[in-house]
Design a binder for this molecule. Structure first.
Ligand code: ADP
Ligand code: MG
Length: 602
């Protein structure tokens, strides 16, 4: 029998490659903009007709190409950006595959004009479906212009598959924004059907973000800045009150390249914990810089996903840094007294967050982004003396003011009783400017949440030993889950005796847990873990602290003694984030005297 295998002709191979590289006009835009950046351009113009279906043209003032290179640039696997396989692990350019121009030229009419700085003449090349139609010397200015016309003209199926102009334009603008945000110092212009859409002068990062998203953005931005040996983080997060219903303005750049990472997104959202309403998403523009050798960009053909060597350490640092900035800029909603800045100090960076990953470069296990804070000794939520004092000072002044203003005749009474329980659901407490109404259950959730989070991540909680160890049955799958959380559970105050295939024996429990609650707290935890954690590599801390807080919190209907009411109030206002429960509900509301007056004046 005769042989039947043959090599595909180049133009067919290019068309097949194009299927991967060019999905839609926006993919061409991305490739051309990135080539212009790699060529060192300081000015990049993008001209479109009909959502890029008729024309995509990118004009840059970069270094241009020689006549030979201009021709070579359309060959498959032709690139000036890497030479050997090792270069793949130390990339500083956007492109490196040498596929884009070859792929684009296989499925469109392409006109290239390019000239290098010191040359008299430049080169013009026309290509249609991989075939060179003409090549000439021309006079043109320094840099490169590539016009891509009639995309998919020779693949009707792909052309018909394109969406409406509105949708395709949206995709292009997304790509344009990502590149413009990654390179604020470069001038960018975007024209669509001869209308100017963006005209972005070279500027600093903040100005660029505002220029892209509008002047309202300015007041929303909180700067982020952190430098460590393995990671630099810069950029902005939007204040929580400006968070969005729809996931929108969320940008990660790693070494100036836009990337998508649900893992890092999780770190940021986690840092906003308790500050966002349920179902809303924070906006952020975060620029990470890591040594090029610690990332692998090569895992996705269109390169929006990358792999980090030390993902877990990055996660922990990113979360801590964002939390720190949120606190530092005091964007957390505040009560009407001066917050102690200690309150804004986020939890200590925890070593165990890094544990388990095997970073290639040495990570300082004691890394703590909050150097100043750690020297001050961060106060525990329960023992923050300063904070309790500032809260208590409100009470002292309550009686003073009452005295002065003679609003009440019977001060004795107000001096002795400061709090009242309403319908076994709310605790009312008098303050200088009026009253605070506290939701007892939500408030207690906040208190327990912070207490557990601290014991799980920072310092181990006290454990009470059980007189008779308790053996509880679970399915083997549940046992496995408990086992993976063993060290966090131990930090929280549990101690375990024996794990079998279908049971666990517990000999110690957190001091805040009663023996009768052991089973339910673990069952609830398993439940919450199943619901909330998409992937075992995510930290369990948060889910665990929330779960315990929910199960153990005071419920509506519980009668509280005056002492219990007072300690609830004090403990709540010693929390780092007292205004909101870990599930996003308000823990208290204030009613000022003015507001009370208004109730009677209307
Ligand atoms: P890659 O960017 O992966 O190297 P491309 O197919 O996008 O592959 O481009 C091939 C080569 O053409 C590049 O390596 C570069 O040398 C050259 N080139 C492409 N666009 C430009 C440009 N705008 N200015 C200068 N050189 C360019
Ligand atoms: Mg390229």
């Amino acid at each position: 029998m005769s042989d039947i295998i043959q090599l595909l002709p180049d133009h067919v191979a290019n068309q097949i490659a194009a299927g991967e590289v060019v999905q839609r006009p926006a993919s061409v835009v991305k490739e051309l903009l990135e080539n212009a950046i790699d060529a060192g351009a300081t000015s990049i113009k993008l001209l479109l007709k009909d959502a890029g279906k008729t024309l995509i043209q990118v004009i840059d003032d970069g270094k241009g190409m020689s006549a030979t290179d201009a021709r070579m640039s359309f060959e498959r696997h032709a690139t000036s950006k890497i030479q050997k396989a090792e270069d793949l692990f130390n990339l500083s350019t956007k492109g490196f595959r040498g596929e884009a121009l070859a792929s684009i030229a296989a499925i469109a009419h392409v006109e290239l004009k390019t000239k290098q700085e010191n040359e008299e003449l430049g080169t013009s090349i026309k290509i249609e479906g991989s075939k060179i139609v003409s090549q000439d010397f021309i006079s043109t200015s320094k840099g490169t212009s590539i016009a891509v016309k009639n995309l998919f003209y020779n693949i009707p199926a792909r052309r018909n598959f394109l969406k409406s102009d509105t949708v395709e334009t949206r995709h292009i603008i997304d790509e344009f924004q990502r590149v413009a945000l990654a390179h604020p110092t470069i001038y960018f212009l975007l024209h669509h059907n001869n209308n100017e859409v963006y005209n972005l002068r070279g500027s600093n990062l903040r100005q660029r973000i505002v220029a892209v998203f509008g002047s309202k953005m300015n007041e929303k931005l909180v700067p982020i800045n952190e430098h460590t040996d393995i990671l630099d983080i810069q950029g902005f997060i939007a204040k929580p009150e400006f968070s969005k219903r729809k996931r929108g303005e969320q940008f990660f750049f790693v070494n100036d390249r836009f990337i998508k990472s649900s893992y890092l997104n999780h770190a940021v959202v986690n840092a906003f914990d308790g500050l966002l309403e349920q179902g809303s998403h924070p906006s952020y523009f975060l620029y990470l810089t890591v040594p090029a050798s610690t990332i692998d960009i090569n895992i996705h053909p269109t390169k929006t996903e990358i792999k980090f060597d030390n993902e877990k350490a990055l996660y922990a640092m990113l979360r801590a840094t964002v939390k720190h900035s949120l606190g530092q800029y005091n964007v957390a909603p505040v009560l009407d007294f001066n917050r102690d800045s200690n309150l804004d100090t986020p939890y200590h960076f925890n070593k165990s967050a890094v544990k388990g990953s095997v970073p290639k470069i040495t990570v300082d296990p004691d890394f703590n982004p909050f150097k100043e804070a750690s020297q001050k000794e961060v106060a525990l939520p329960y023992k923050s003396e300063q904070n309790t004092q500032s809260w208590e000072s409100l009470y002292t002044s309550v009686s003073d003011e009452i005295n002065q203003e003679e609003l009440f005749d019977h001060q004795q009474e107000t001096k002795t009783q400061k709090t009242f329980q309403i319908q076994r659901k709310y605790v009312m407490s008098l303050i200088k400017s009026g009253v605070v109404l506290i939701h007892q259950s939500s408030a207690h959730q906040r208190i327990l949440y912070e207490e557990f989070l601290e014991s799980i991540t920072v310092k181990e909680a006290n454990s009470q030993q059980l007189l008779f160890p308790v053996k509880i049955s679970f399915t083997s799958q549940e046992i496995e889950m408990i086992y993976t959380m063993k060290s966090e559970l131990e930090n929280a105050g549990f101690s375990f005796d024996e794990f079998t295939k279908d049971s666990v024996t517990i000999k110690g429990i957190p001091v805040s847990v009663t023996e009768s609650k052991i089973t339910i707290i673990l069952e609830e935890l398993l439940n919450d873990m199943n619901l909330e954690v998409p992937d075992a590599s995510f930290s369990h801390f948060d889910v665990m602290a929330k779960s315990f807080a929910k199960t153990l919190s005071l419920k509506t209907g519980t009668k509280l003694s005056e002492k219990e009411q007072e300690s609830l109030v004090n403990n709540l206002f010693s929390c780092k984030e007292s205004t909101i429960s870990p599930f996003g509900k308000a823990t208290f509301k204030t009613l000022t005297l003015n507001e009370i007056d208004n109730l009677f004046n209307s």
